[in-house]
Design a protein around this ligand. Structure first.
Ligand code: NAD
Length: 369
């Protein structure tokens, strides 16, 4: 299969982790006979330095002309004095808006091998595998009117959703649940907010088209507690914009490190894939960055843009295999046993590459028998 991927590595550790993630995608292409074309583009601080803009027109054109966009991270302290619309992060907001994805997917997976890294007890995190589907273009963050009147000391934001906006993101959640453990938990505040009442009624209506999927509703406040007490109970969690922003970060602690978290934004003109972490200027260039979040993001590219589910799962298994063998980047060393080997960004990439190649070779030789 052919896939054109725009690679926007960005700033800080962005290029380091992106290099490992694209290395894994190249390996998948080679092993499976796929034609993946990678085209680099500028975004963030590096783009300001070279072109004066955090999102140059050429990058936007490249992104819109691709099948998928892979973004590393943006952010550079050197531009901290600029106004927000001129800083590297503005490039990120602009590209997200231009690509128009309305469903943000954030997996929160507990790796048994990293149980000691989570602040939650291992018996709570064991087996947790949650996929957040967060609506990204509506709700309080975009609703109008919005204002802050400094003279009167009053301000307003508007939480607004149309039925159509809820239907399209709910369909994403149910379709993904069909391929997983067939459960959707929809989060709202329907006991207080009319917007949530529309949300709940609409999600209930959409659920009728997915008879194999069980739907449950949770109020956002109880959901915040359940995520810490019984996270194993959840499969796909469907939320509006603000609730998802907060809850997906809460659930991220289950994984134990920011460096382990992938994400995808789908439903727009082109899907956008990015690890959750930022440019981590404190460790940039030291070889300490954990590339696994970016590598797991590469798995999401295969799952959601290339529809290569077996290959996506093979990457995820390879990551698990490398962790089980005791390899850790510095951020994962906390709480681990002294026999674990601390490896650099590129060493971790090579280990995953090796585990992936071995797994695919094994599968091919089994098929040949
Ligand atoms: P950050 O995610 O860059 O770093 C937070 C902490 O986590 C740091 O101590 C960092 O060393 C560590 N960390 C992050 N990713 C890691 C990885 N892969 N491996 C090991 N350790 C990792 O967040 P921050 O420090 O708040 O922001 C730094 C810059 O990144 C800022 O300019 C911010 O605006 C930007 N930012 C960008 C994005 C993005 O590009 N999506 C997201 C968040 C922050």
């Amino acid at each position: 299969m052919k896939l054109r991927i725009a690679v926007l590595a960005g700033d800080g550790i962005g290029p380091e982790v992106t290099n490992e993630a694209t290395g894994i995608l190249r390996a998948v292409a080679e092993l499976g006979g796929h034609d993946f074309v990678f085209t680099p583009g500028l975004i963030g601080g590096i783009a300001i330095t070279e072109t004066g803009s955090p999102l140059p027109a050429a990058t936007l054109e490249l992104a819109l002309d691709s099948d998928a966009v892979f973004l590393g991270a943006v952010g550079d302290n050197k531009f901290a004095a600029l106004s927000p619309d001129k800083r590297p992060e503005a490039g990120l907001l602009q590209i997200r808006q231009a690509l128009g994805g309305f469903a943000n997917l954030r997996p929160s997976v507990a790796y048994a091998e990293l149980a000691g890294n989570s602040p939650l007890r291992p018996e709570v995190t064991e087996g947790v595998d949650i996929l957040f589907v967060r609506e990204l273009l509506g709700g309080l963050y975009f609703g109008a009117p919005r204002w802050w009147d400094r003279d009167s000391g009053e301000s307003v934001n508007t939480m607004r959703y149309t039925k159509g906006e809820v239907v399209r993101v709910a369909r994403v959640a149910f379709s993904l649940a069909e391929k997983r453990r067939k459960k959707v938990t929809s989060v709202d505040k329907a006991n207080v907010l009319e917007v949530s009442q529309l949300w709940r009624a609409t999600v209930t209506e959409v659920a009728r088209d997915y008879p194999d999927v069980t739907l449950e509703h949770q109020l956002v406040d109880s959901m915040a507690m359940h995520l810490m007490n019984i996270p194993r109970n959840f499969d796909v969690v469907l939320t509006e914009n603000l609730f998802g922003d907060i809850l997906s970060d809460e659930a991220a602690v289950i994984t134990g490190s920011l460096g382990m978290l992938p994400s995808a934004t789908i439903g727009g003109a082109v899907n956008l894939y990015e690890p959750v972490h930022g440019s981590a200027p404190d460790i940039a260039g030291t070889g300490k960055a954990n590339p696994l979040g970016a590598i797991l993001t590469a798995a999401m590219v295969l799952r959601h843009s290339a529809h290569l589910e077996a290959e996506a799962a093979a990457i995820e298994h390879a990551v698990q295999h490398v962790l089980a063998a005791g390899h850790r980047t510095a951020d994962l060393a906390r709480g681990s046993d002294p026999t674990h080997a601390i490896v650099s960004t590129s060493q971790m990439g090579k280990l995953v590459h090796q585990a992936l190649t071995e797994a695919i070779d094994r599968r091919q030789s089994m098929h040949a028998v």
